[in-house]
Ligand binder design. Structure first.
Ligand code: FAD
Length: 285
């Protein structure tokens, strides 16, 4: 399908980009890699009059690793994460999950910021940011503000980013080296969006799980954690009865939508299976 007509600007600074967005009210859209925005335009799901290309703004493509965790600039691409020399050892869950995103051409252009701003509940990055309790850094005319991931996503394809704001960075908290983790995804084809994926992690103390985090991607209409399943496992050994309790709680607490891809019951069952596999992988690591 042909794209609708739009004006295009490629500002060289953040201030210029924000000024352009502000001047066009809600009628301008930032453009990162175009991997979600172009299909949105082609299907006429949005018809902005102006695209503000953020590709020339310096400082948005850095990956910083420090004592306070990992900072990913909004324009970091999937291939930058996958090819980074030390990120896998610093944050293995992130890199494992991003390994499930799409195919090479899309990974070569698609960005962290574009994915978070697009807020597709079937996309890996929003799920990881939510499960890991990341912080988003959003820039506007008044400066930057920090928003916790739990407050950032307001619904499917919706976030708190204002029409004259840009997401500039996501900060993932420090990841202890001994942390146990698993990421399991089921998709119809390699690289397709997940029918269901689960990110799991916990720390182990005296043989029991502490700080259990279980996040679901794809199976539900929003990014979400599984508080019932987390509670079922918290303070318990991650053995067969512990995993079975978490699986049962997970299946009971999700309410997947029915669509052309899968029934609600199938997705609910898949969530349990992904929880089981992710926890089994965590115990094996
Ligand atoms: C065939 C195909 C398969 C795919 N499979 C997967 C998959 O399996 N898993 C997955 O996670 N993703 C998948 N994707 C999406 C892909 O990961 C994109 O990278 C991602 O959706 C974001 O695209 P982008 O970075 O190019 O952002 P764009 O498309 O440029 O922008 C997306 C949205 O975010 C806004 N935006 C962009 N940057 C910013 C910013 N810094 N601040 C504020 N708003 C911003 C734009 O205005 C737009 O609304 C797939 C895409 C395609 C085309």
């Amino acid at each position: 399908m042909k794209l609708p007509a739009f004006d295009y600007a490629a500002p060289a600074t953040m201030a210029e980009a924000i000024e352009l967005l502000e001047r066009h009210g809600g009628d301008a859209r930032p453009l990162a890699g175009g991997q979600s925005l172009m299909p949105v335009l082609a299907f006429r799901l949005a018809q902005p009059s102006m695209l503000v290309d953020i590709g020339r703004i310096p400082g948005l493509d850095s990956i910083e690793i420090g004592e306070d965790g990992v900072r990913l600039g909004a324009r970091v691409r999937w291939c930058d994460i996958l090819e980074h020399p030390s990120l896998r050892s610093v944050h293995p869950l992130l890199v494992e999950a991003i390994g499930h995103v799409a195919h090479y051409p899309i990974r070569n252009r698609g960005t962290v910021g574009g994915s978070l701003a697009h807020a597709d509940p079937a996309a890996e990055m929003p799920g990881i940011a939510f499960t890991c309790e990341a912080t988003m850094v959003i820039a506007g005319r008044a400066g930057t503000r920090m928003v916790a991931a739990r407050d950032f996503f307001t619904g499917p394809l919706e976030t708190v980013i204002g029409p004259a704001e840009l997401l500039v960075e996501v900060r993932l908290p420090p990841w202890p080296a001994a942390r146990r983790w698993g990421f399991e995804e089921f998709a119809r084809q390699r690289g397709a969006f997940a029918l269901a994926a689960v990110a799991a992690f916990y720390d182990e103390r005296d043989g029991v799980a502490i700080g259990v985090h279980l996040g679901v991607i794809g199976a539900t209409g929003v990014v979400q954690r599984l508080p019932g399943a987390e509670a079922a496992l918290e303070g318990r050994p991650v053995d067969a009865p512990g995993i079975a309790a978490a699986v049962a709680a997970a299946r009971a607490e999700v309410d997947p939508p029915e669509d052309a891809e899968a029934s609600s019951a199938y997705r609910r069952s898949l969530v349990g299976t992904m929880v089981e596999r992710a926890l089994a992988a965590a115990t094996a690591r």
